[in-house]
Every structure is written in C-alpha cells, then in structure tokens.
Design a protein around this ligand. Structure first.
Ligand SMILES: [Zn+2]
Length: 449
C-alpha cells in the first residue's frame, strides 16, 4: 500500500454518511463526518463510533454543513479529537445549526441524543473558519477550499503535497443556482486523483427554466382547484431557493400572490445565515441588493413561528403554499401538513430535492397510496410532483463537464456518494468521456492514489 491512501467510511454504495480518511504526508485528515439518513439501519450506524481513531486525526474538513456531511462531527472531540474543524465560515455556522437541530429532534422523539449541547460546544471550540481560496497547512499538507455551488459555503477540497494534488468534489452544485456562485470550473494546476460524488450520476435533470415553468403551472393549477401546495424542503439550500423563485414568479406576475407559509424554524435560521454571508453571493444577487431589492423577502411570505401557528395551517383556506421540513419527510412539521392534506385530491405535493431510499418522500414518489404518519393511516389522494430541475446536485452531464475541466487529466477517479446504479452510471460515463481510471468506491476499503 502506498503512503497515500483514502479510506471511505461512508457514502460508499449510498448517498448519506459521508466520511473519508485521507492519509498523506504523515498526516491523517478526515473529510466530512456525516450521518446516515433514511435507511433502516441508519440509527444503528450513526450510533457506532466513527471507525477512525479520533485522537490520531490531525484535522476534520467539512465540505458543507448538511447533516449527511457534518452531522456526526461532535462525536469526535469526546473520543480524543483535538481539532481543528476546518470549513468555509458559512459552512461552520450551518453545521452548528444542524447539530443543534439534531439534538432538538432526538429530544422530540425522546431518543437518547447522539450528542449533547455541551459536546456541540466542544466541537464549536475546535472550529477554524476559512474563506474560499485561503490555503491552510496541516504539517506539510496544504488544504484549499473552492466554491462548489451546492449550498452556502459548500466547497470542493483541494489537498496538495510536493506538487501532487488530490481533489474532493464534495457535493457538486448546479450552474445558475440562485444566490450562490457556480461550482468551480477553472483550475490553475492539474489534479492527480479526484473523489467525485454521483448522487445523480446516471440521470439528467430538466433545465431550470423549464422546471420553473412546470412549477408555475403546478401553482396555477392549484389556485384553479383551490388546493394546497406542500413543498417539503431541506431547511438549508432548497428552502432559500424556493423562496427566491416564489418571489421572482410573483414579482413578474407569472403566478398570483397567494400566501406562502414558511413553516420551518430551522429554514428561517438558515435563511438568516444566508443573509449574513454576502461574500458568497453571485453577481446577480449582489446587483439585486445594490438595487435595494431583497432576494428572500416578499409580501406574500408569512413566517410560521410557533407550533400552534403551524397546527393552525390545517384551517388555512386554500389556495396556499406551505414550505416545510424535513426535505425527505423523515420528520419535522411537513408531517402534520401531509397528514392533514394528502387525503384531498386538490392537494399537490411538490418534491424539489433528492429523496433517499426508504424515506417517506421516496415512498410517495414511488406511488404508495396508503401510508402511516404519527401512527395514523393516511390515504394518498393528492397529486405528487417531482421537480428534479431544482436539485442542488449536478446531473450526469454537469458532473462530466465539471470533471472535464480539471486539468491533468487525473488518472484516478474515485466515485462515491451515490446509490449503486448512479455511481456505476457515472463511472461508465467518465470512461466513455475519455476519462479512464474510475472506480466505484467500497465502504471500508483503502485506495492508494
Ligand atoms: Zn449536501
């Protein structure tokens, strides 16, 4: 085995639980430490201590703040990890929000929380925020973050040592995502090996314009039928994009100004983090703000704060749009709304993000007609719509374009973060695109690079 190895402890054969160990130049750096979500063994996998020796780690780098990339980080310090936790400044703020939410959620389910507020405080004390392009050295190993265009603060992570370069894609975003900048496509030096995500490695999204048109038509139809539009949305990223798009559609008169109920305290807090990090905005958003317009604020928007207000949405007169978490319907306030409105054929549920295997979201998309929410049977009469064009993940053509732009060409591609068919689809596509040397990674296996 070479003295440069990568070992995948998660997001191998699945999308969630990202956790990869880089051993290079005598250093041990973990890239992401995320939770497994959705699957039946998720709880058990998350409770198992990370298979790395935390006391022997020199650093943890977070590619972004989503739960499946950052959610288990607070487990490390109590096991001997002394830091630092590196990430873009916005990523670290989002990660802390996500950790506190995880503790709150387990409190609600009266589960033993995975970690405590005190352990979150310990992780927080180890944080070392970085900006894009800022280079930090861990011993002789240099680490630089570059815009990944997925959510606020999301990063590709570049490792360098003695002229060799290893690049982690992290989650690769979609070009022209509102508010944030695009994924990085210009590199000043070649890479030798690349770890590339494959969430949609075998699929092609509809274009954003077409998706927006489809979305507008769904809303119009709901207005005509006097129905509710329920949008399960991840609190971080999707929620802000949906607010941005709803504002734009209403401002331009494309859809009528019906009430938009943001029923997501966490989405609200994440939106505040978005508002604070103007340094991450794309040129269009900067221009908008210069013109005195706010990208995430509009007259029809109503923020639902208390649980009582949330319950009262049951009596809301349709048509109205409800944006609520959790994005995959694995918990959160969206469950009340699904229970109340799935039985009406005037309701439309619009899925705007990835739905992991085994989640309620996936089961609805797969057409299940009888489900159980909070122990109550619910019959599904609502219309279920999926708009993958709002995805925060690059599709196959975009992943290939991202890969093609990396000079080298890298002789080694390690495909992770995808269900088996998606990962294999991307591996084959890389090969066909003249980028040989791709392998789909296996959990627990070490790869030289
Ligand atoms: Zn993500």
């Amino acid at each position: 085995m070479s003295d440069r190895t990568l070992t995948f402890f998660g997001a191998a054969g699945r999308v969630t639980g990202s956790c990869t160990l880089v051993e290079w130049a005598g250093r041990r750096v973990l890239v992401d430490c995320g939770m497994v979500q959705g699957e039946s063994d998720a709880e058990e996998l998350n409770r198992r201590p990370p298979q790395v020796e935390p006391g022997a780690l020199d650093a943890l780098v977070l590619t972004h703040g989503h739960l499946d990339h950052a959610g288990r980080a607070p487990l490390l310090a109590p096991l001997g990890f002394a830091g630092p936790i590196l990430g873009h400044a916005a990523t670290l703020e989002i990660a802390e929000l996500v950790w506190r939410d995880a503790v709150r959620l387990s409190g609600q389910k009266s589960d033993e929380p995975l970690y405590t507020e005190e352990e979150i405080g310990r992780a927080r004390a180890l944080m070392r925020p970085l900006g894009y392009g800022e280079r930090i050295e861990i011993g002789d190993l240099a680490i630089t973050l570059c815009d990944a265009g997925h959510i606020l603060g999301s990063s590709h992570v570049l490792f360098e040592h003695q002229g060799r370069r290893l690049l982690f894609s992290g989650d690769v975003g979609v070009m022209n995502t509102p508010i944030i900048r695009d994924p990085t496509l210009a590199w000043d030096a070649p890479a030798d090996a690349v770890v590339i995500e494959s969430t949609y490695g075998d699929r092609r999204h509809r274009g954003r314009e077409e998706t927006l048109e489809e979305f507008a038509t769904i809303v119009e139809e709901a207005v005509r039928r006097r129905g509710m539009v329920l949008i399960p949305a991840f609190a971080i990223g999707r929620t802000q994009e949906m607010l941005f798009q709803l504002r734009a559609l209403m401002e331009s008169g494309r859809i009528p100004e019906i009430p938009v109920l943001l029923d997501s305290p966490m989405g609200e807090r994440a939106t505040d983090i978005y508002r604070r990090h103007g340094e991450c905005y794309d040129p269009e958003t900067r221009e908008m703000i210069r013109d005195g317009r706010l990208p995430l604020t509009f007259p029809a928007l109503r923020r639902i704060a208390s649980a009582d207000q949330s319950r009262a949405i049951r009596d809301q007169r349709p048509p109205a749009i409800v944006v609520a978490g959790a994005g995959m319907c694995t918990g959160g306030r969206i469950l009340h709304h699904l229970r109340n409105f799935l039985g009406r054929d005037s309701t439309t549920v619009v899925f705007v993000g990835f739905q992991g295997q085994g989640t309620l979201g996936r089961r609805l998309i797969d057409g299940e007609k009888k489900i159980t929410i909070h122990g109550e049977p619910v019959e599904v009469h609502a219309r279920i719509a999926t708009l993958n064009g709002f995805s925060a993940h690059a599709d196959q053509p975009a992943l290939l374009e991202w890969a093609r732009r990396i000079p080298g060409p890298p002789g080694k591609w390690l495909v992770n973060h995808g269900e088996p068919l998606a990962a294999e689809g991307l591996r084959q596509a890389l090969q066909q695109a003249g980028l040989p040397g791709a392998a789909v990674v296996e959990e627990g296996k070490a790869y030289g690079f």
